[in-house]
Design a protein around this ligand. Structure first.
Ligand code: UTP
Length: 275
């Protein structure tokens, strides 16, 4: 049985949705409660059994390398470069020289997953007995499905789907299901040559979903509806909500923050009640 030990964390994007915060500072270093958001992806990978992490960045985002090297000694870190943001699929292919011919995981650092069993571990628990690729998916309202890569397929276990179809950003009426691909993947190394042959798709970017579609049918591919919560912290609204909710739940800061929020609600109620 092959066990997955390598993971790619793509962090070379432009972070335009979070401007002006990201005008100079890499999005992946913006703090969530008390640490940069990228640390959550690194911690999740380590907690899932990953020993080798390849971070993809560019020469304007070298602070990410400095930060991670200082913070994580117990895991092997390597850095690959994508100087032009040509899409997530292209970013993953930039890590090819650091990857062998074994399956590997991909974690998007601007998505945070919260559960007692790490999201990547949930995917690896499907990968290990089946040796098939696995994508994390989330049910999304039809009106929003066009923002995501979407899978179609047949239910084959609790929250588990055998994938037969993948589409990037479909029109809601053409979507094969309401199952949106979110930022955790376990893939086989034949994804890398497939990415090389994938032409730019939507927004002129090389899409991971397009390359996965060309491989589909060659070997089993599964989608797992992950257990737990997800925050898309690459947009400011979810980023703020994640900071608030994770702050309220934090062992160190939770009590103070809960008291502050209660007091804030009391004050705003009083203000509204005043004639
Ligand atoms: P996103 O699409 O969420 O990030 O990619 P972005 O491109 O930085 O964001 P916006 O749309 O401009 O606001 C998910 C992850 O993939 C990385 C990003 O850094 C992010 O962590 N990524 C994306 C790359 O490494 N290279 C790319 O070309 C695109």
């Amino acid at each position: 049985m092959t066990v997955v030990v390598q993971a790619v964390i793509p962090a070379a994007g432009q972070g335009t949705r979070m401007l002006p915060a990201t005008a100079v500072l890499p999005k992946e270093l913006l703090p969530l409660v008390d640490r940069p958001m990228i640390e959550y992806a690194v911690e999740e990978a380590i907690a899932s059994g990953i020993t080798d992490i390849i971070v993809v960045l560019n020469s304007a985002k070298l602070q990410i390398k400095e930060h991670l090297t200082r913070r994580f000694a117990g895991v092997r870190l390597a850095f690959a470069f994508q100087e032009e943001a040509r899409g997530l699929g292209h970013a993953v292919s930039c890590a090819a020289a650091c990857l062998g011919d074994r399956p590997f995981a991909i974690l998007l650092p601007d998505e945070i997953f919260v559960d007692a069993r790490p999201c990547l571990r949930q995917l690896l628990d499907v990968f290990e007995p089946t040796q098939g690729g696995v994508l994390a998916v989330q049910r999304v309202p039809r009106a929003a499905i066009g923002r995501y890569g979407v899978v179609g397929g047949d239910a084959c276990g609790s929250g588990l789907i055998k994938v037969t179809d993948l589409v990037e950003k479909p029109k809601p009426e053409a979507a094969p299901s309401d199952l949106a691909i979110v930022g955790r993947y376990v893939v086989h190394p034949d994804l890398l040559p497939a990415l090389q042959q994938t032409p730019p798709g939507i927004k002129g970017e090389i899409q991971l979903t397009d390359a996965l579609r060309t491989l589909n049918g060659r070997r089993p591919l599964f989608a797992q509806v992950f257990a737990g919560r997800r925050y898309d912290v690459g947009n400011t609204r979810d980023y703020l909500r994640a900071n608030l909710e994770l702050g309220l739940e934090s062992e160190e800061y939770g009590d103070d923050l809960v008291a502050a929020v209660r007091a804030w609600i009391r004050r705003s109620r009083d203000r509204r009640a005043r004639p």
